[in-house]
Design a binder for this molecule. Structure first.
Ligand code: SF4
Ligand code: SF4
Length: 103
């Protein structure tokens, strides 16, 4: 009986990638995210932005932080997580960005 209950729970488990797959994006041509000063990122040992973002928007590449803003989930974690307050963060312009669909 207990096993059946566990299996009932398992039937409804969906991983985060499955959930994110349900979302769609209306991508703007202009980034809503920017680095205020890339020279600060060069000296930043933690590079928290590259770890904290669930969508892996930030990447340390060729000596600077590259931003793949198109995949942003608008969660705000990078804004709080950058200990040098070096991210210029805003929501995408009206009508653009992620459109969440809940399952
Ligand atoms: S955490 Fe902030 S300062 Fe460090 S690399 Fe990322 S954006 Fe730059
Ligand atoms: S708002 Fe969230 S998803 Fe978007 S770049 Fe920042 S941490 Fe990543």
């Amino acid at each position: 009986m207990e096993g059946d209950e566990i299996m009932d729970d398992v039937k409804y488990k969906v991983n985060i990638d499955d959930k994110l797959f349900l979302n769609s994006y209306n991508v703007d041509t202009v980034s809503h995210l920017d680095i205020k000063d890339q020279t600060i990122c060069v000296d930043c040992k933690e590079k928290t932005c590259t770890h904290i973002c669930p969508a892996r928007v930030y990447e340390w590449k060729d000596g600077h932080i590259a931003i793949g803003y198109e995949g942003c989930l608008e969660c705000g974690a990078c804004r709080i997580g950058c200990c040098r307050d070096n991210i210029d963060w805003s929501y995408p312009r009206g009508g653009f960005g992620i459109q969440f669909r809940l399952a």
